[in-house]
Design a protein around this ligand. Structure first.
Ligand code: GLN
Length: 573
């Protein structure tokens, strides 16, 4: 397929006319497959026979919420069987998996969609054939009574990111001619799968099939399935991830009826078709595709729609079972404080302790999505080197965590706790969903700490190492001029020159004093601010012991300590 054909003679300087390659590809598909006139418009529902056979629209929605559209992507048509996955997901979330799974099987039938046949247990084979879908509609009626259809329509709207209407003419037409579905309904009632009034259940089913959508709507609905139930356009979690994953499972095995095996072998993308001419394809974690072209093959699948899916899958090698991921990508830095210490200036005795125990603080900076495999790899990397006292996991570049990743991470924290290793997290906000997932799984672990800034986390761990090895860190301590790294290498005489009034080189200097005290001609050693000057009176807490004290606005140096032996004061966010 020549995807650049849609940009003939484009001048390099007409930048505004540039297109994303994926849009060019969809345009090329549209141009190529428009010539395909095989198949026939469904007319067993008379109103469907009135569709314009030449209409052809393609839309693709990405999981960051961008929607590509080509051709007749805004022409409305009825959703028909593409309603089935959404009503199945809705039934799972509304009635619970146990109720739904006891009523409907999940095995492919190998039969056409409208087969009047149940499995050996007298249940529908799966929710993608009419018998299973009619059962789903009856389950929703069981929960919502006469409000069942409105409940379904509202749910469809949340998947599509807009309110959807009904094609009354198609509904009336199918209602008047749907005897085959009536036969299925009575078979289900005869087997006590449906206990309700059959015509009331079929009314819900016929209406749900007559909901009007466009190729664009279908792409967004598919992208919501591909995105674990979160609509990428609205950000709303429309259904639970359980319902979505089970829905995608039955779409994979039975979405294309008696063409399902061939489909998943060739295309490898969970999909669902409708006799209105739509095809919906949802590639998990990647994209949602919607196409509309009303000419159908003998299985009831859109001829052009199938071609678009096949071309997309083969051109970009998108088969869902043709994947691999390198778990080693998640660690971008792994070091200890010997390679990179905090920015805090340390006195010589502290430096000596930290140099001797640099392996006690290990820092692992992570990136991207933390999955099951990534976290497993991290845990093995950690175990491959000597046991540290503190491990800092810097998560500021972590974009998300899967539930499996968070679960394994929490188990790793427990393992580290067992070996008295303190875990420190940096770069994660306490209000984030990832933090919530970690916290839910690490309740009861005491040696887990967090500091938003990596440098603060490293500094805190360094302090702990210094304390553990007998070094005191004291705000009120005085220090010798020659100890200051800034003046290292200067003679006593040169040092004395820094004290214009001729003080002795043993001049005491407050280590925490950052103000310029030129008037007294005392050497100044710039240090990191510990809190903003403008901060109001605020409760503060010692990070080591959790006791709190109060410090006055703008006070510099000499803060009241918390009464702990450590005499350290930090400020909680
Ligand atoms: N309403 C249609 C029917 O039940 C849906 C079938 C389909 O789209 N495959 O016959």
């Amino acid at each position: 397929m020549n995807i650049l054909r849609s940009a003939p003679g484009q001048k390099a300087d007409s930048w505004a006319a540039s297109k994303p390659p994926l849009l060019r590809f969809l345009s090329a598909c549209h141009a190529d497959f428009s010539a395909e006139t095989g198949g026939a418009v469904a007319d067993y529902i008379p109103e469907l026979g009135k569709a314009d056979a030449d209409h052809f629209g393609i839309s693709l929605a990405t999981l960051d919420g961008h929607v590509y559209e080509v051709g007749d992507s805004r022409i409305p048509f009825t959703i028909q069987s593409m309603s089935k996955p959404f009503v199945f997901a809705l039934a799972l979330d509304t009635l619970g998996a146990a109720r739904v799974e006891s009523a409907i099987g999940v095995e492919p039938s190998g039969d056409p969609f409208n087969s009047i046949r149940l499995n050996a247990d007298n249940r529908p084979f799966n929710p993608m054939v009419n018998a299973g879908a009619i059962t789903c509609s009856s389950l929703i009626r069981e929960a919502k009574g006469d409000g069942a259809f409105e409940y379904i329509r509202q749910a469809f709207g949340r998947f599509a990111a807009r309110e959807l209407g009904v094609d009354e003419a198609v509904y009336v037409s199918e209602s008047a001619t749907g005897d085959r579905n009536r036969a299925i309904g009575y078979l289900l009632r005869n087997s006590t799968v449906i206990k309700d009034d059959v015509s009331a259940v079929l009314d819900v089913y016929f209406r749900q099939c007559s909901v009007l959508v466009t190729a664009r709507d279908i792409a967004v609905m598919a992208a919501t399935l591909a995105n674990r139930g979160i609509n990428p356009v609205t950000g709303e979690q429309v259904m639970t991830s359980y319902a979505i994953s089970r829905t995608l499972s039955v779409m994979t095995s039975s979405g294309m009826y008696d063409y399902a095996g061939e489909w998943i072998y060739r295309v490898g993308i969970p999909a669902k078709s409708g006799v209105g001419g739509g095809i919906l394809a949802a590639l998990p974690a990647r994209l949602g595709l919607g196409s509309y072209s009303p000419r159908l093959d003998s299985h009831g699948n859109s001829v052009r729609g199938i071609k678009v899916c096949e071309a997309l899958s083969s051109h970009y090698d998108l088969h869902m079972l043709n994947r691999s991921d390198d778990a080693r990508n998640s660690i971008i830095a792994d070091y200890n404080i010997g390679n990179s210490a905090s920015r805090r200036s340390r006195r010589p005795h502290e430096q000596k302790i930290l140099a001797a125990h640099h392996q006690d603080v290990r820092i692992i900076e992570l990136v991207g999505t933390l999955t099951f495999s990534n976290v497993d790899y991290v845990s093995r990397q950690l175990a491959a080197k000597p046991r540290p006292q503190f491990v800092i996991f810097d998560l500021r570049r972590v974009t998300s965590m899967t539930r499996a990743g968070a679960g394994l991470l929490a188990e790793e924290f427990r393992e580290l706790a067992l070996f008295h290793v303190t875990v420190i997290l940096s770069g994660i906000k306490r209000s984030s969903a990832d933090w919530k997932m970690i916290k839910e799984r690490t309740g009861g672990i005491s040696n887990l700490r967090d500091f938003y800034l990596l440098d603060t986390a490293i500094e805190w761990a360094e302090d702990q190492v210094v304390y553990r090895h007998g070094g005191a860190i004291d705000f009120h301590e005085t220090t010798d001029l020659s100890e200051q790294p800034l003046l290292a290498g200067l003679s006593a005489k040169e040092n004395r020159r820094h004290c214009l009034f001729g003080h002795d080189e043993k001049l005491p200097i407050r280590r925490e004093d950052r103000r310029c005290r030129r008037s007294r001609n005392i050497a100044v050693f710039p240090r990191k601010r510990r809190r903003p000057r403008h901060a109001a009176r605020r409760r503060t807490a010692c990070d080591t012991h959790g006791r709190s004290g109060v410090r006055r606005n703008g006070a510099v140096g000499n803060p009241p300590n918390c009464g702990c032996a450590c005499r350290r004061i930090r400020y909680r966010a």
